[in-house]
Design a protein around this ligand. Structure first.
Ligand code: ACM
Length: 725
């Protein structure tokens, strides 16, 4: 922040005025403080300033809290603020009402038992865009729930709520010019989105149909939400999907689709000028309701198939000299942008808007990883980072077997927190300036109730908030973890039905091929956590070894570890097989095709000592669209006793167990003898995340160890690790 130069100025308004009831002169011990997001600078000086909560959060004007607005000409970051808290009083300095608001949020978090700890805070956000996204189409959440989320967001200094208002699940706000959007396609036959989407009766129902599921925001609802957000220094960014994800529009107004029929297309007919009239009409009403600088026009996952044969789309392509249908999508987004710019607004869209050519001033929301964001920033476009593998809050946050059904993925809070929105290795310093910020997305295909929504959003949204606010150099998981734990009861006190953090343990390994050992590290989300473990596969007790840093495995261990509280084991123990086995880093030959997208780091992925975890995306699991057929060279003919290999199944994204696994051995690498076959025990329609270890035991002499795993379903098989003893 720039240095402040202050105009002394009292701010009217009860919320902003703090009065000091009397200050402690006693030098107290420094109180444990848990601020989220962590301020850019916070120095606790000891002692407290005693004040009355009524006076602090809504009392009468007082001359004890000094609020000073700085000279605007000298303003630093408009969201920044300074606090000086002494036993005598509180001095709050900011360059805008937003800064004052954020200072008050900090005071709110500092306040406990009638006092605020003394100290100095100098604070300003790292990014101007600190967002959450909510899908109200797949399941509808009423304005009361949105306002509840806005209350929590404000306390954590999040300042953008991206509302996904339209999609196949139902259109969710009133449009005067197109009344059928809500009258005919805001309700549907089934509340459970998946059942509805996959079922025989996937239909919309007219508003008022008894038993229909759905809902929408009236214009008045939206005005109230927008005003409520603005009071909390939050901007609501509406998203209206073009040209894809528009099944509901094209059912209400089939004339805007390529087929002209309801329930056929998901993409607007770009060759039909009426689609553009609809777009401009709807965006006009959207801009009347939402004052946000950015209007989100979707752009993701258009199917584009109908365009290939639609006479109108083909005629437009010919007229405009377009070479592929990507350019049709780009054409629509360009026109959306021109329209928004003409009204003084900016277009933002999902990273597919890069396809076929990015509109000149578009901002890109990068969700399919960071690549789209990196490309856009290199082209000089602004970017909001929201890569699925870190920022999707609808993904699992703990072992799926302990969680409500989710869309897949795995983004526990530590993973979310680890994300840095600035890809420093890929962008120059100038290009990095185009990263406006970060957003956590909650899609609601599998989330039907406000309680479930809050459970998925919180506490992970607090990690997003700190990523968006706190300087990267100050962010460590070790610092965040205890503060996060301290905020769970705060969230609960706000009636947020949050996930209360996992009792599972994160297991990481460090394979040391020089010392020929594996160091196993355990970490808990809970803090403090007394972790006890065994290495022989038995369930730990309160008398088992206390985890104190790392567990060194030189041969074979079956680690079972758990958190203990008051002598009681919490939750389900975490298990991990760890082997510094004889196959580690031996040469491997693959007889079949490898899949470049899932190499898990390369040719030794199956023999590196690192075991795949709960997600096939963790860089340990090797994935194949073919049988796995590979042979390991042990270097010389040797005694072998036990060989195993593990596979995972997760049918949602198309990952299946092999039908069977066969072990073969050979002395010369040419003539192989079968040593047995192990069939899978996991049904191919089992919807759960499921693992199977295929184990072979015997007494063999051989140099080559060959594994053949038969891929019998379409989709992938994923393996890790081959363990050879
Ligand atoms: C998205 O998740 N389709 C943006």
């Amino acid at each position: 922040m720039k240095p402040f130069r202050f105009l002394r100025q009292w701010i009217a308004g009860s919320l902003l005025v703090v009065s000091v009831a009397g200050c402690s002169n006693i030098q107290e011990e420094k109180r444990q403080v848990s601020l989220i997001p962590l301020p850019a600078s916070w120095e606790q000086t000891g002692g407290v300033c005693r004040i009355d909560s009524v006076e602090l959060f809504g009392g009468r004007p007082s001359d004890k809290l000094k609020i000073e607005l700085e000279d605007r000409a000298e303003a630093g970051n408009p969201e920044g603020y300074r606090l000086e808290i002494t036993t005598a009083g509180i001095r709050l300095q900011a360059s805008s009402q937003t800064g004052v608001f954020y200072a008050m949020q900090t005071l709110r978090q500092l306040y406990a038992d009638g006092s605020i700890p003394c100290g100095r805070i100098e604070d300003a956000p790292r990014f101007g865009y600190r967002g959450l996204h909510l899908d109200v189409s797949r399941h509808f959440f009423p304005k009361e729930e949105v306002m509840k989320l806005l209350d929590v967001m404000a306390q954590y200094k999040l300042n953008r709520l991206h509302l996904h208002l339209t999609d196949a699940g139902g259109w969710r706000f009133e449009v005067d010019k197109y009344p059928k959007l809500t009258a005919e396609t805001a309700f549907r036959t089934e509340s459970d989105w998946r059942k509805w989407w996959d079922g025989k009766d996937r239909r919309y129902l007219p508003e008022g149909t008894p038993g229909a599921y759905g809902g929408y925001f009236t214009k008045q609802d939206i005005r109230e939400m927008v005003a409520y957000a603005a009071d909390r220094h939050i901007e609501i960014i509406p998203e209206i999907e073009f040209p894809g994800h528009s099944e509901e529009v094209l059912t209400a107004y089939p004339e805007l689709s390529c087929s002209g029929k309801p329930y056929v297309n998901g993409d607007f007919c770009v060759g039909n000028e009426r689609s553009f009239r609809f777009m401009e009409d709807v965006l006009t009403e959207v801009m009347e309701l939402f004052p946000s600088k950015y209007i989100h026009v979707g752009g993701d996952e258009a199917g584009k198939n109908a365009w290939k044969t639609c006479p109108k789309c083909q005629a437009l392509m010919k007229k405009e000299g377009m070479k592929d249908v990507d350019e049709l999508q780009s054409y629509m987004i360009h026109r959306a942008e021109a329209f928004l710019l003409s009204k003084g607004r900016r277009l933002i869209g999902w990273d597919e808007i890069l396809q076929g050519g990015l509109a000149p001033e578009a901002t890109v929301m990068s969700w399919r990883g960071e690549d789209g964001g990196i490309r856009a920033a290199r082209m000089g476009h602004d970017v909001v980072m929201t890569p699925g593998n870190y920022m999707y809050l609808d993904f699992y946050q703990a072992d799926p077997k302990t969680q409500p059904y989710a869309i897949g993925g795995y983004t526990p809070v530590k993973k979310v927190y680890s994300y840095n929105p600035v890809p420093v290795d890929s962008l120059t310093i100038d290009e990095q300036k185009h990263i406006l910020g970060v957003q956590g997305n909650t899609w609601t295909e599998y989330i039907q109730t406000p309680e479930h929504l809050e459970y998925m959003m919180f506490p992970r949204a607090l990690a997003v908030a700190e990523i968006g606010w706190t300087p990267q150099s100050l962010r460590t998981w070790e610092s965040f973890k205890p503060r996060l734990n301290a905020h769970i009861p705060r969230l609960q006190a706000m009636d947020i039905h949050c996930f209360t953090l996992s009792d599972e343990l994160e297991v990481t390994m460090a394979v040391d091929t020089v010392e020929k050992q594996i160091s196993v590290l355990l970490d808990a989300e809970k803090y403090p956590a007394e972790i006890r473990y065994t290495t022989d596969g038995t369930t730990p007790t309160a008398a088992s070894a206390l985890y104190e840093g790392s567990i060194v495995v030189k041969d074979s261990a079956h680690i079972v570890a758990a958190i203990f509280r008051d002598g009681q084991l919490q939750g389900t123990p975490t298990e991990k097989a760890v082997d510094y086995h004889r196959g580690i880093n031996r040469p491997i030959h693959y007889y079949n095709r490898l899949y470049s997208g899932y190499m898990a780091g390369g040719m030794n992925a199956l023999l590196d000592g690192y075991r795949g975890g709960l997600t096939y995306l963790d860089g340990r699991w090797q994935g194949y669209l073919d049988n796995l057929d590979c042979a390991v060279d042990m270097g010389e003919v040797t005694d072998l006793h036990k060989v195993s290999v593990r596979f995972m199944q997760l049918i949602g994204p198309g990952v299946f167990q092999p039908g069977q696994v066969e072990l073969l051995t050979s002395d010369d690498g040419e003539h192989y003898t079968s040593r047995g076959v192990v069939p899978t025990t996991i049904a191919p329609d089992n919807p759960d995340l499921a693992f199977q270890t295929y184990t072979f035991q015997g007494e063999w002499k051989a140099r080559y160890v060959r594994i053949k795993a038969a891929r019998v379903q379409g989709g992938f098989i994923f393996a890790d690790e081959i363990v050879i003893w």
